[in-house]
Design a protein around this ligand. Sequence first.
Ligand SMILES: C[S@@+](CC[C@H](N)C(=O)[O-])C[C@H]1O[C@@H](n2cnc3c(N)ncnc32)[C@H](O)[C@@H]1O
Length: 329
Amino acid sequence: MGPYPKRVSPAPSWTGWDDTGILAPVDAPEISDLLIAYDPDTLARLPVRRSAVVERLRAAGRPGAARIAARLPARDDVLDEAAVDALLLRVHAELQRLSEEFDQGERVRSVLAPLLDALRAAGAPRPLRVVDVGCGLGYVVRWLAARGGLGPDVELVGCDYNGALIASARAAARDEGLSCRFHVANAFTLREPATVFISTGVIHHFRGDALVAFFREQARAGALAFVHFDIKPTHLSPLGAWIFHQARMREPLSRHDGVLSALRAHAGAALLSAARAGAEGLSSALFDGDIGLFPVLRVMHAVVGVRPDLRAPLVERLGPRGRRLGAFS
Ligand SMILES: C[S@@+](CC[C@H](N)C(=O)[O-])C[C@H]1O[C@@H](n2cnc3c(N)ncnc32)[C@H](O)[C@@H]1O
């Protein structure tokens, strides 16, 4: 069930808090992961039983999340697709506000622009196609198209399984007069393959073997590089996420999934070992950096992968930011 490969969870680590204040397994699913199911070949929507979602959340130790799911409209126990899409659009609009506040466009550009320069210097085939995996409303792609200054040889493409999100991303790009494209598609099986895969806030949805497969599929798709940003777990990030989501989010689902995202965000070492196991032919490193006594000030980190000959040119073009990039595998 859900848009992601089947969850292969190790034994849960009992270090997270349920929304009722009760200790709960960190590897519990987010509500949004359970509300939609797709046929993996055609991406057609499949019916989702509300009682199954409620039961799964209860079994995962998330009674508050189960109550949110139990309130969703359903007919004969099958979730109402239009209502689910409308809810996900509201949730992603709240997520977009968070992306604006955390400057996700500039954050991605600061690594992507030097990477594209390194690819040009290495004679990579043009256009340089940047594909955002799980783009949602396409905020980062639209920001890059409007303000990224990445060059005329760069194509910006956003992909998501969810047609309602993509329709909204397309409408916004049209209104803003932007040169970027959005597809309802699996980002890893596009006819015109990506030069670089990017994502923001997506990789914590992939767990265990599915995370390794996430990287394997990018290498198989022929990408020369990837840059995936996600929440950086620190001892303060769950509290920070809770305060932020209480203050800025209105949808109960946004609040629940946002805090759970911080609790189950992957540590840098886990990202690196999955990237190294999955992305054959690419070297991986963590884009992070120590910020002394205040790790909480660095809310995101990224796992970066490049073809081995691009390592030195990338570090050189990152300039002082190169210090934030760890050792390549
Ligand atoms: C958390 S949401 C979108 C987050 C979005 N990047 C943002 O910052 O607003 C994750 C999305 O990833 C999509 N997704 C997951 N794997 C995908 C894949 N292989 N191709 C396209 N979309 C994918 C799901 O459909 C889901 O809508």
